[in-house]
Write a protein that binds this ligand. Structure first.
Ligand SMILES: *[C@@H]1O[C@H](CO)[C@@H](O)[C@H](O)[C@H]1NC(C)=O
Ligand SMILES: *[C@@H]1O[C@H](CO)[C@@H](O)[C@H](O)[C@H]1NC(C)=O
Ligand SMILES: *[C@@H]1O[C@H](CO)[C@@H](O)[C@H](O)[C@H]1NC(C)=O
Ligand SMILES: *[C@@H]1O[C@H](CO)[C@@H](O)[C@H](O)[C@H]1NC(C)=O
Ligand SMILES: *[C@@H]1O[C@H](CO)[C@@H](O)[C@H](O)[C@H]1NC(C)=O
Ligand SMILES: *[C@@H]1O[C@H](CO)[C@@H](O)[C@H](O)[C@H]1NC(C)=O
Ligand SMILES: *[C@@H]1O[C@H](CO)[C@@H](O)[C@H](O)[C@H]1NC(C)=O
Ligand SMILES: *[C@@H]1O[C@H](CO)[C@@H](O)[C@H](O)[C@H]1NC(C)=O
Ligand SMILES: [Cu+2]
Length: 582
């Protein structure tokens, strides 16, 4: 054998070691029966005939593969939340943004290179499907973690509904719900169990545990704490942090936090842990709803439950954390201000909106518009007025200023990136003010913006693709609180090659895969449905209510007059008739 062959083999071997392995998971997605809270048996969406779906694990540099078979009677997709999908935008999952949806009975191979570590999750991004249970943790390990610990455990928190999402969605997006009251969950699940069943975390004396807490909620925010134990935050949304001691952690929907907990050095007690849902988001609290869930940290099955001590419920603020790997604050080449409002629109439904535009899916998924329209792909118009597309250039530094004018708190998620959290304050953000970011700002992929506050986010556009930016409350996604960041469509055209499988799915669903949002050339959007729009004159909800009242009163008045008229005419007729008979 010649030496250069040996050399080549050696290089290939090294490349293999660094590239990592392929981790293949088979997921047959279908309906199964489950009763996780012991209160109601219902149909849920599970994997391989089981529920909850299994957690996925991979190492940095591995290729994570999920072979999906769709055994549902409707389309589905999978979104691996927080994964960059660098070069594989079409594996990101949101239906009508990066793919058409896997039709009932069809298959799809999701394949992604893993360049990240930390705690993530995977869920359907088709309609409100994940609320029916198709959601699972994704744990990405490093060969050497930033902090030392003995063992790790996953703690999933999710709100649970007894009714299926499709029906709840119908009630939510209804003219009978003009105020947009979200469906309130029937309870909460910890690691997939709830009600009278108790979730347990088994601790051994003296060990240090990493708890990977994942909020897989549709709506509810959770506060998590353990009686009699200190917690140190070491990761949020896949970004390792310098250890920070806290009394409790708050997780909005889709957020993840790892905490280190050192077990006591004796086994004389067991301890309660708390996962309390924030009821601020609930329009009403139904009778009997247990919104404060508890579980047991068990040292010894015979030990008593420790009583005493007060939980430290002091606010937990993620913006003051320090990332373990520090990056200086980005500047910005472009800045977009996004005003968040909820209002009743001209279709009589309550919609979530950025700058008074509510998202409506285009006829052509945005990725295909970006890939097929040549130079026009750089124009915002080709993506259609209702996608709220913002086109950014390759490697630009982008700033998003999000003003939350709604009465509720909303967790916003950007696909394809971790953004830097530059500043938070009372809305509206004053553009003349010069923000003073932390020298190494915290990064994450989902940020909670409290009511009437703004947050400034920055990221580098180094990942060509069509990326959704949206509120992660499932009901608000469906209500239109989404927009699409179209990142470097010119570079997308050079680098992205959408697999044939995805084109086949579109073809079988009759969805076009070229042209602008309407499937046409240039900026001719004929045939693309428009609206719904805000009511004109910027009337407030109250004013419209009053006006609606007036209109109804006026209508009743007019109808009454007409009816009187009809009756009157009848009476005249009768009188006439009588007189004729006479
Ligand atoms: C992952 O790959 C990068 C370079 O591609 C390399 O520097 C790193 O050591 C690899 N990590 C592991 C755990 O293999
Ligand atoms: C989908 O994959 C399954 C194996 O998981 C296979 O049996 C089936 O034939 C595939 N269906 C299609 C339409 O390719
Ligand atoms: C999960 O997120 C929802 C929505 O923001 C929130 O109401 C709930 O409290 C969160 N759960 C946890 C355990 O943080
Ligand atoms: C047990 O823990 C306490 C406080 O946590 C500490 O002061 C003590 O030294 C520990 N004992 C042993 C034997 O490790
Ligand atoms: C066991 O540890 C707890 C917590 O550190 C402490 O309060 C308790 O006194 C210890 N009990 C014994 C028997 O050491
Ligand atoms: C639920 O927990 C919160 C703290 O998170 C507390 O203020 C409230 O009183 C508790 N409510 C019930 C009914 O336990
Ligand atoms: C958007 O709507 C809100 C409330 O309906 C209104 O206050 C605001 O001025 C509108 N913004 C723009 C840019 O039209
Ligand atoms: C994507 O990959 C390119 C190199 O191909 C790299 O420069 C860039 O930082 C990556 N972006 C993300 C978000 O991973
Ligand atoms: Cu929201």
């Amino acid at each position: 054998m010649r030496w250069e062959y040996l050399g080549a083999i050696f290089v290939a071997l090294i490349a293999c070691l660094v590239q990592g392995k392929e981790v293949i998971n088979y997921w047959d997605i279908g309906y199964v029966e489950a009763n996780p809270d012991g209160q109601q048996q219902r149909q849920v969406i599970g994997v391989n005939g089981k529920w909850p779906p299994p957690a996925l694990h991979a190492m940095i540099n591995d290729t994570l593969v999920v072979e999906v078979r769709n055994s549902l009677d409707k389309p589905t997709t999978l979104h691996t939340h927080g994964i960059y999908q660098n070069g594989t935008n079409y594996m990101d999952g949101p239906s009508m943004v990066t793919q058409c949806g896997i039709p009932a009975g069809a298959n799809m191979t999701y394949r992604m290179e893993i360049s990240q570590t930390g705690t993530y999750w995977i869920h359907s991004h088709y309609s409100a499907q994940y609320v029916d249970g198709i959601r699972a943790p994704v744990i990405l390990h490093n060969d050497k973690e930033s902090h030392e610990y003995d063992e790790e455990m996953i703690v999933t928190l999710e709100d649970w509904y007894h009714d299926e999402a499709a029906g709840l969605l119908q009630e939510f997006l209804s003219w009978k719900n003009p105020g947009g009251a979200e469906p309130v969950p029937n309870g909460a699940l910890i690691n997939g169990i709830g009600g009278k069943k108790t979730a347990k975390l088994a601790f051994e004396a003296g060990k240090t545990y990493r708890l990977r807490i994942i909020n897989m909620s549709a709506l509810a925010t959770f506060h998590f704490s353990i009686d009699g134990h200190k917690m140190r935050v070491v990761e949020v949304d896949g970004v390792d942090t310098e250890a920070a001691e806290v009394g409790n952690v708050r997780l909005a929907a889709a957020q993840r936090t790892s905490v280190l907990v050192t077990a006591h050095n004796n086994t004389s007690n067991n301890y309660i842990f708390h996962a309390d849902m924030d009821t601020d988001m609930f329009d009403a609290i139904p009778e009997g709803l247990v919104y404060n869930s508890t579980g047991l940290v068990e040292y010894n099955s015979n030990a008593n439950v420790w009583k005493g001590g007060e939980t430290d419920w002091s606010a937990f603020d993620d913006i003051v954390l320090t990332p373990y790997t520090k990056e200086t604050a980005l500047g910005f080449d472009v800045s977009y201000t996004l005003d968040v409002h909820f209002n009743q629109y001209t279709d009589a439904l309550n919609h979530g909106t950025f700058n008074n535009i509510t998202y409506v899916a285009p006829l052509v998924p945005s990725i295909f518009t970006a890939l097929s329209t040549g130079k026009d792909a750089l124009k915002q118009e080709v993506y259609g007025p209702q996608t709220n597309a913002h086109v950014v250039e390759h490697l630009q530094e982008v700033q998003l200023v999000v003003n939350n004018y709604d009465a509720g708190n909303h967790p916003f998620h950007l696909h394809g990136h971790h953004f830097q959290m530059i500043e938070r304050g009372p809305a509206p953000y004053d553009a003349t003010h010069n923000p003073q970011p932390h020298s190494a700002p915290m990064r994450r992929d989902t940020v909670m913006i409290p009511s009437m506050e703004y947050v400034i986010l920055r990221f580098r556009a180094d990942n060509p693709g069509t990326w959704l930016f949206h509120c992660h409350i499932e009901w608000h996604i469906e209500g239109g609180l989404n927009m699409v960041v179209v990142e470097a469509p010119d570079v997308m055209q050079q680098r992205l090659h959408v697999p044939k499988q995805i084109y086949d799915h579109c073809a079988s669903a009759g969805i076009p895969t070229s042209g602008n949002a309407a499937g046409r050339k240039g900026v001719d959007l004929e045939g693309l449905p428009t609206g719904p729009f805000p009511y004109p004159f910027g009337w407030t909800r109250k004013a419209r209510g009053a006006l609606a009242g007036c209109v109804v009163a006026a209508l009743i008045g007019i109808l009454a007059i007409i009816w009187q008229g009809w009756r009157g005419r009848d009476r005249y007729k009768k009188v006439e008739a009588v007189s004729q008979v006479d």
